[in-house]
Design a binder for this molecule. Structure first.
Ligand SMILES: [Zn+2]
Length: 371
């Protein structure tokens, strides 16, 4: 399993231990993250007491994922523009740190064969998604690039981690402390300050004092879990978010969801990802996502969203919880594009009906004055 360090935001091979924090209450545990090949003094420790909301628990979970696997020379053709990868970047000799990046381009070269072994000589242009090189491009050889593994389902998580997250969730539920507002942001900031010893650390999920932003996604698969959406976004963009899914009517063949972000930068990154014409996000049955609204969220909406969040906390199961990105030029993409255009026409039509409704309502409400 790999873990994104609080100290430098890079991914490391780790194992975990749990221990008591001396508190006899419900959250008397600490999670100790031990870095392979590093001495104990480099351990990072998360105290159960610091996890005060579901969001805090989700943030922590998103820091763990299955070990990324180094790409082999023979797998070169599977690396294409738009693919999310984890790659090593060396700022100094002997200092290789792994960060996530998106393949921005591939310069293909003929492969060499030495002693019958294929050697990739292509170069890969990577756009870094987080870490000290965030937003910049660099050229890497295949040997520095790893394939990110899909996130694990709840029942496949490391049992120690699953049990720690579970008891943290239960404590949050029992204390009824779900806020995602100022207190939670402050907690995040304090946690970071306490754990941060490196100047590499970047605040990747919270703009202190910023206004949260919401993105509405239409045409989701019915039955999709908000957790699936959060994991999908974390997998591709490497930042946490909150997601909600509203119940659908029986006749509706799709669901609607909202994604809440506490950082304008992440909001812009997610908008760009969703609007990128080079790919479309689809369910395993081929239903394409459509972003229908994006807006800042003010305090009055927050309470509603938090209430709604509780009703939509469900486990992920079934095929409605599989998502993928299809790339322009493929058959899947052209089918998804047709379905997306079709849904867009429906959405525009509904929008016009809503405008018409407002006009008609006004007309009826004004009627007594006119008589
Ligand atoms: Zn190659």
């Amino acid at each position: 399993m790999e873990f994104k360090s609080y100290k430098d935001d890079a991914w490391y091979d780790v194992r975990i231990e749990t221990e008591s924090n001396g508190d006899s209450g419900g959250n008397g545990r600490r999670l100790r993250v031990k870095f392979s090949g590093f001495a104990d003094e480099h351990d990072e420790v998360v105290d159960g007491k610091d996890l005060k909301s579901f969001k805090d628990v989700d943030f922590l979970r998103c820091r763990f994922r299955p070990m990324s696997v180094q790409l082999q020379d023979t797998e070169c053709s599977q690396v294409h523009k738009g693919l999310s990868v984890c790659a090593a970047h060396s700022a100094y000799p002997d200092d290789r740190r792994f960060y996530d990046a998106i393949v921005d381009g591939v310069v293909r070269n003929e492969h060499r064969f030495e002693n019958g072994e294929e050697q990739c000589t292509c170069s890969f242009i990577l756009s870094w998604k987080h870490g000290p090189y965030y937003g910049s491009l660099s050229e890497q050889a295949l040997e520095n690039i790893c394939r990110i593994q899909p996130p694990l389902a709840v029942d496949k998580l490391d049992p120690l981690l699953a049990s720690f997250l579970n008891s943290a969730r239960k404590t949050v539920q029992a204390t009824g402390f779900f806020d995602s507002g100022a207190r939670s942001q402050r907690l995040k900031q304090e946690t970071k300050l306490a754990r941060s010893t490196s100047s590499h650390l970047k605040g990747d999920d919270v703009d202190i004092g910023g206004v949260p932003h919401m993105i509405i996604i239409d045409n989701l698969e019915k039955g999709i879990s908000p957790l699936t959406i959060m994991e999908f976004i974390h997998y591709h963009l490497s930042f946490p978010c909150q997601a909600f899914v509203s119940p659908s009517r029986v006749l509706e063949s799709y669901a609607r969801g909202a994604i809440l972000l506490h950082s304008k930068r992440n909001f812009d990154k997610l908008s760009a990802f969703l609007e990128n014409p080079d790919h479309i996000i689809i369910s395993s049955r081929g239903r394409p996502w459509l972003m229908t609204e994006k807006t800042p969220v003010h305090d009055t909406h927050m309470a509603l969203i938090e209430t709604f969040r509780l009703t939509s906390q469900t486990r992920r199961t079934g095929t409605c919880n599989e998502l993928k990105v299809v790339i322009s030029g493929t058959k899947e993409y052209s089918t998804a594009k047709q379905l997306k255009d079709l849904f867009e026409r429906l959405a525009n039509h509904i929008c016009k009906l809503h405008q018409r409704l407002v006009v008609e309502e006004d007309r009826i409400l004004q009627l007594p004055d006119e008589v």
